[in-house]
Design a protein around this ligand. Structure first.
Ligand SMILES: Nc1nc2c(c(=O)[nH]1)N[C@H]1C(S)=C(S)[C@@H](COP(=O)(O)OP(=O)(O)OC[C@H]3O[C@@H](n4cnc5c(=O)[nH]c(N)nc54)[C@H](O)[C@@H]3O)O[C@H]1N2
Ligand SMILES: Nc1nc2c(c(=O)[nH]1)N[C@H]1C(S)=C(S)[C@@H](COP(=O)(O)OP(=O)(O)OC[C@H]3O[C@@H](n4cnc5c(=O)[nH]c(N)nc54)[C@H](O)[C@@H]3O)O[C@H]1N2
Ligand code: SF4
Ligand SMILES: [Mo]
Length: 907
C-alpha cells in the first residue's frame, strides 16, 4: 500500500525514458515546486536520474516563454501564423482534412504520433485514423525506435512482449548488454545493475558496443565490434555453443521450431570468421559464448544499437536465437529483454500505434483481427491496406501524395533521418498540423496550425514501461494558457471531421468524457490477448500501484515473467528460430566517405531538447554540439581537440567542434542525436543520417552513415555571453537569438550555469555584418556605450566588449581571440566578482590569467563537481571514497557513478 502523500503532492511518472520511474510532484495547486522519486514505485524505489530529478526546473514560470499556449493558424503559406481560438482552429483543420479526403481519398491524410503520448491519447488517434477516416496512415516515432524489437519478438516468440523484468537482475548470472548505453540512456536501471553486481560479484557483464561507453567501461568483457556486425557475432557465439554442446537439445525439441535450418547456417560462422568481420579477438567471442550459455541465468538487454539498423529485426532475432538454443528464457534472471526508449512506446504498441498494427497486439494483415477490432469499435470494417511507415510517410509527403498531416508529440524535423528530405516534405505538404507542448521546435516552424498541448504534470492517463508495467500519470497543476490534452483535442477534431464527412457513427465512436473511459475501452480490446489487462482498473492502479501485464480478470497480480511454461503465443505454441545472416550496413566506409558515423544519446539531454534544453545545468555534462573522434584519426588529419570541422555525408553536412575521445575506435566517429537547428546553424545531426530501413520493421538505419571529416580554415571566432539573473528570462533570450544564429555560419546557441543561467552564442565573426553585430549587441545588452567596457586591437583584429552590473560580469562579447571564454563563462555563472576580468578586458591579453582555467565538464550535476576537480583530487592522492565524502559527488542520483569509477581507474 502506497504511503499517504501530503495534500499538495501528486504521484505520477517521469516523462523521459522507458525505465518508467515513479515521481512525486510537489506543488501549490498552481505551480510545480519540486519533484522527488516515489519510494513505492517498483521501477525506481525513490531514485531519479539527472533528468528526472530536474523535471520541476522545466516547468517554472519562465518556461512559458517557450510553451505553446494558444492555437495559432495561418491560412496561407506566405503569411505568419496568428493566434486563434480552438473552435476556429479545429473547424479549419476538419475542413482541410475533409476536403483532402473527399478529393484524394483517406490515404492522402496521415498522423505521425509518438511514444511519449499516453495510452489514452494514442488510442484516440488510432481510432480516429483507422476507425473513422479509414486510413492506416498512423505511424509514430516508435518506428525510429522500437519497431525492430517488435518484429524481432513477433518473428521468434510470437508476440511483442518482453519476457523479462527489472527484478530479474537479482537472479542474473550473466548480463549481456548490446547496443545499449544503459548508463546514459536508462540510468536508474543501471543503478539496479550496479546493485545486482554488488550483491553478486560473480555475475558477469558483457557489453557489445563499437564505442567504449561508460556502460562498456564497467563490463567484465567489452566487445567493441565494428558497427553493424552484430549478427556475425551472435551467430558465431551460437556456433561455439553448438560445438561445445552448450545448447539445450531437450528445450529446443520441446519448445521450438526451425533449429535445423539455423544450425546449417551458423556452422559457417566460426569464431575466426566472425572475428574478421567484427574486428574482434576470436577468444573474446568464445568467452562471451561460454559465459552466455553456461551461466545459471543469462539475460540480454538491448536497445538502439541493435534496432536502428537496416537489419535490425535480424539483430534482435539473432539475440533471441541464442536464448532459445540455451533455454535462457522463462526462468528467473534470464531472457531477451529489449529496453524501451520512450516512456510509453510500450503503450503505443499495445493499442496498435503503428501503421501495420491494430489494438491489443493485433495485426492489420490478419482478417480475423481486423474483424475483431471493427466489431469492438462498431464499424463495418477497418481498412486492410497497410499504412505508411515513418520514412515512407515523409517520402509520400515530399512527393505530394500525402496532403494533410497531423503531427503530435514528436519533432520529425529534427529526429528523422535525412533531414533535407524531411524539410522538403514538410514544405510540400499542403496542410501541417503540429500538436506540441513547446512552440519553438523545428517541426513547429512548419505548422500551418499549431495546437498547444498539455504535458508532464498537466495531464492524466497511463504509460507502460520496459517491463510491461502500467503506471498512472496524474495531473498536478492546471494546463498553461489554452493548452488541451492530446486526446481531448484529437477527439474534438474527430467529431467535427465526422460531421463534415457525414459519418453518422462519429458520436458513437468518440463518446469519452475522460481518460478513464478511453482506457476502459482499450482494456476491453485486450481481452483474451497476450497482453490481457481485463483484471485492472484505474482504481487498482491507484490503490495497488503500478502493475505488469498480462493481468487478466480474476488475477491478483500481473505476470512477472513470460513463457515460464515454455508455451509461446504462436500457432504451434512453439517459439521459432529465425535464420539470420551477416549483412553489411547500407553505407560502408570508402575512399570518399572514410569514417563511420554513429549517433546516440548524451546523459543529460532528451532528444530534440525542447524540455531538457531549457535547464542550464543539463548542458554542463556536454556543453555544445561536438563530434567525437579518435586521436589516431585526428593526428592523420592534422586535427586537434576543439577544432572546427565539417562533417559531410552523401545527404548533407554540419559544422561543429571536434572532441577527442578514447571511447571511439579509429575509423569511427560519434555525434549526439540531440543537436538540431535549435542549438546550431544547419539541420543538425540528422542532416547526415540515412533513411534506408529494415525490410521487416521499416526502422531506419540511424546508427550507421559514412562521412568525411575535414578541418575548416581557421576563422575569426566570436563568443557572446549574457548572464541572465532572475529579472530576465534566459529562454526568452534564446528565442530572440535563435533567428540570428540561423543567419550565422558555424553558430551554436547553448546555456551554462545553474541558478543564474548564462546564454552563450558562438559563431564565426567574419560573417557578422555591422547590422548583425548591432542586433546581437542589442539582444545581449551590450549596446549601451556608457555601460560597457570596450577594447580593440585592430592589428590582431581582436575586440572585447563587456558589461558589468555592479562588480559582476553581465555580458561579454569576444571576437578574434576566445581562449578566455570558458573562464569568463564560469565567472558569470558563479556570479563571482569580476575584478580580474576588468583588468583582463582592457589589456592586450588573450589567455586567462595564470591559475584561472575554466572548470570544464561537470561530471556530478547534483553537487556541481567538475572533471578537472575530480582528476585533480585523484592526482593529489585522494581516494574515490574521500572525494565523495568531501564533495558528495555521485552520492545523490548516481548518474555519474560510472564516470567517477572510470576516472578513478584511469588516474
Ligand atoms: N539521456 C537520455 N536517455 C534516453 C533518451 C535520451 O534522449 N536521452 N532517449 C530514450 C530513447 S527514446 C531511447 S530509444 C533510448 C536509447 O538508448 P540506447 O540505445 O542505449 O542509446 P543510444 O545512445 O542511442 O545507442 C546505444 C549504443 O548503441 C551503440 N551502437 C552503435 N552501432 C552499433 C552496432 O552496430 N552494434 C551495437 N551492438 N551497438 C551499436 C552506440 O555506440 C551507443 O552507445 O534512450 C532512452 N533514454
Ligand atoms: N540520429 C539519430 N536520430 C534519432 C535517434 C538516434 O539514435 N540517432 N533516435 C530515434 C529515436 S529512438 C527516437 S524515440 C526519436 C525521438 O525523436 P522525437 O520524437 O522527435 O523526440 P522529442 O524531442 O522527444 O519529441 C517529442 C516532442 O513532443 C513534445 N511534447 C512533450 N510533451 C508533449 C505532450 O504531452 N503532448 C504533445 N503534443 N507534445 C509534447 C516535445 O516538446 C517534443 O518536441 O528520435 C530518433 N532519431
Ligand atoms: S531513469 Fe531517469 S529519465 Fe528514465 S524514467 Fe527514471 S528518472 Fe526518468
Ligand atoms: Mo527511442
Amino acid at each position: 500500500m502506497a504511503e499517504a502523500l501530503k495534500p499538495l503532492e501528486t504521484r505520477s511518472t517521469c516523462c523521459y525514458c522507458g525505465v518508467g520511474c515513479g515521481v512525486i510532484i510537489e506543488h501549490d495547486g498552481k505551480q510545480i515546486t519540486g519533484v522527488r522519486g516515489d519510494p513505492e514505485h517498483p521501477a525506481n524505489f525513490g531514485r531519479l536520474c539527472t533528468k528526472g530529478s530536474t523535471l520541476h526546473l522545466t516547468v517554472q514560470p519562465d518556461s512559458l516563454a517557450v510553451r505553446a499556449l494558444y492555437p495559432e493558424l495561418r491560412t496561407n503559406r506566405e503569411s505568419q501564423r496568428a493566434r486563434t481560438d480552438w473552435n476556429t482552429a479545429l473547424d479549419h483543420a476538419a475542413d482541410r482534412f475533409a476536403q483532402v479526403i473527399r478529393e484524394h481519398g483517406p490515404d492522402a491524410v496521415a498522423f505521425y504520433i509518438s511514444g511519449q503520448l499516453l495510452t489514452e491519447d494514442y488510442y484516440v488517434f488510432n481510432k480516429l485514423a483507422k476507425g473513422l477516416i479509414g486510413t492506416n496512415n498512423v505511424d509514430t516515432n516508435s518506428r525510429l525506435c522500437m519497431s525492430s524489437a517488435v518484429v524481432g519478438y513477433k518473428q521468434t516468440l510470437g508476440a511483442d512482449s518482453p519476457p523479462a523484468c527489472y527484478d530479474d537482475l537479482k537472479d542474473t548470472q550473466c548480463l549481456f548488454i548490446t547496443g545499449s548505453n544503459t548508463a546514459f540512456a536508462h540510468p536508474i536501471l543501471f543503478r539496479r545493475i550496479e546493485d545486482a553486481r554488488a550483491a553478486n560479484p560473480a555475475m558477469k557483464m558483457i557489453v557489445v558496443d563499437p564505442r567504449r561507453t561508460d556502460t562498456a567501461e564497467q563490463a567484465d568483457l567489452h566487445l567493441a565490434l565494428l558497427p553493424g556486425t552484430d549478427i556475425a557475432l551472435y551467430n558465431a557465439m551460437l556456433h561455439v555453443m553448438l560445438w561445445e554442446e552448450w545448447i539445450k537439445p531437450d528445450y529446443i525439441a520441446a519448445h521450438t521450431e526451425g533449429f535445423e535450418a539455423l544450425r546449417k547456417v551458423v556452422r559457417e560462422y566460426t569464431p575466426a570468421m566472425a572475428a574478421g568481420i567484427c574486428g574482434l579477438d576470436k577468444k573474446d567471442i568464445e568467452k562471451a559464448a561460454e559465459w552466455f550459455a553456461t551461466s545459471g541465468a543469462t539475460m540480454s538487454m538491448y536497445c538502439m544499437g541493435t534496432n536502428q539498423s537496416s537489419h535490425g529485426t535480424h539483430n534482435n532475432a539473432a539475440i533471441i536465437n541464442m536464448h532459445l538454443a540455451t533455454a535462457q528464457i522463462g526462468k528467473p534472471g534470464a531472457g531477451p529483454f529489449s529496453l524501451t526508449g520512450q516512456p510509453n512506446a510500450m503503450g503505443g504498441r499495445e493499442v496498435g500505434g503503428l501503421s501495420n498494427l491494430l489494438s491489443g497486439h493485433r495485426d492489420l494483415g490478419n482478417a480475423e483481427h481486423r474483424a475483431e477490432v471493427a466489431r469492438l469499435w462498431g464499424v463495418d470494417s477497418v481498412p486492410e491496406k497497410p499504412g505508411l511507415s515513418a520514412v515512407e510517410l515523409f517520402d509520400a509527403m515530399a512527393e505530394g501524395k500525402v496532403k494533410a498531416v497531423w503531427i503530435a508529440c514528436t519533432n520529425p524535423a529534427q529526429s528523422m533521418p535525412d533531414q533535407n528530405l524531411v524539410h522538403k516534405a514538410l514544405e510540400t505538404c499542403d496542410f501541417v498540423v503540429v500538436q506540441e507542448a513547446y512552440r519553438n521546435t523545428e517541426t513547429a516552424r512548419y505548422a500551418d496550425l499549431l495546437l498547444p498541448a498539455t504535458s508532464w504534470g498537466e495531464k492524466t492517463g497511463t504509460v507502460t514501461n520496459s517491463e510491461r508495467r502500467i503506471s498512472r500519470v496524474i495531473q498536478a497543476v492546471p494546463a498553461p494558457g489554452e493548452a488541451r490534452h492530446d486526446w481531448d483535442a484529437a477527439m474534438d477534431f474527430a467529431r467535427r471531421l465526422g460531421n463534415k464527412l457525414d459519418n453518422a457513427q462519429t458520436g458513437k465512436l468518440f463518446p469519452y468524457a475522460n481518460e478513464e473511459e478511453i482506457w476502459n475501452e482499450h482494456r476491453e480490446s485486450t481481452r483474451g490477448r497476450d497482453l490481457d489487462i481485463t483484471g485492472l482498473s484505474y482504481a487498482t492502479l491507484e490503490s495497488q500501484g503500478p502493475q505488469q501485464w498480462p493481468f487478466p480478470a480474476g488475477a491478483t497480480r500481473g505476470k512477472v515473467r513470460l513463457y515460464e511454461d515454455g508455451i509461446f503465443p504462436t500457432a504451434s505454441g512453439k517459439a521459432k528460430f529465425v535464420v539470420t545472416e551477416h549483412r553489411e550496413t547500407v553505407e560502408k566506409a570508402d575512399a570518399q566517405y572514410p569514417i563511420r558515423l554513429t549517433t546516440g544519446r548524451l546523459r543529460d539531454q532528451w532528444h530534440g531538447m525542447s524540455r531538457t534544453g531549457t535547464v542550464a545545468r543539463l548542458y554542463a555534462h556536454e556543453a555544445e554540439p561536438m563530434v567525437h573522434m579518435n586521436a589516431a584519426d585526428m593526428a592523420r588529419r592534422n586535427l586537434k581537440d576543439g577544432d572546427m570541422v565539417r562533417v559531410k555525408s552523401r545527404r548533407g553536412e554540419v559544422v561543429l567542434r571536434l572532441l577527442e575521445s578514447a571511447s571511439v575506435r579509429a575509423g569511427q566517429a560519434f555525434m549526439p542525436m540531440h543537436w538540431g537547428r535549435n542549438a546550431m546553424s544547419g539541420l543538425g545531426t540528422n542532416a547526415l543520417t540515412i533513411k534506408a530501413f529494415d525490410p521487416y520493421s521499416k526502422q531506419p538505419e540511424l546508427k550507421h552513415a559514412a562521412v568525411q571529416i575535414e578541418k575548416l580554415e581557421d576563422s575569426q571566432a566570436l563568443v557572446a555571453m549574457r548572464r541572465v539573473g532572475s529579472e530576465a528570462n534566459a529562454l526568452a533570450l534564446l528565442e530572440v537569438l535563435r533567428p540570428q544564429i540561423a543567419e550565422l555560419p558555424q553558430a551554436t546557441l547553448t546555456l551554462a550555469g545553474r541558478e543564474t543561467p548564462v546564454v552563450i552564442l558562438k559563431a564565426r565573426s567574419d560573417a557578422l555584418s555591422a547590422e548583425a553585430q548591432a542586433a546581437l549587441d542589442a539582444s545581449l545588452s551590450l549596446d549601451d556605450e556608457l555601460q560597457c567596457l570596450s577594447y580593440r586591437d585592430a592589428r590582431r583584429d581582436i575586440t572585447k566588449r563587456a558589461r558589468l552590473d555592479g562588480d559582476q560580469l553581465a555580458a561579454v562579447r569576444l571576437t578574434g581571440e576566445t581562449k578566455a571564454a570558458g573562464w569568463l563563462q564560469d565567472m558569470m555563472a558563479n556570479g563571482s566578482p569580476a575584478t580580474e576580468a576588468r583588468k583582463w578586458l582592457l589589456a592586450p591579453l588573450s589567455e586567462p590569467p595564470a591559475g584561472q582555467a575554466a572548470r570544464g565538464k561537470i561530471i556530478c550535476n547534483c553537487f556541481n563537481v567538475s572533471e578537472n576537480e575530480i582528476c585533480g583530487a585523484f592526482k593529489a592522492g585522494e581516494s574515490l571514497e574521500q572525494l565523495q565524502t568531501r564533495t558528495k559527488c555521485g552520492t545523490n542520483c548516481g548518474s555519474c557513478v560510472p564516470e567517477l569509477k572510470r576516472l578513478a581507474a584511469s588516474s
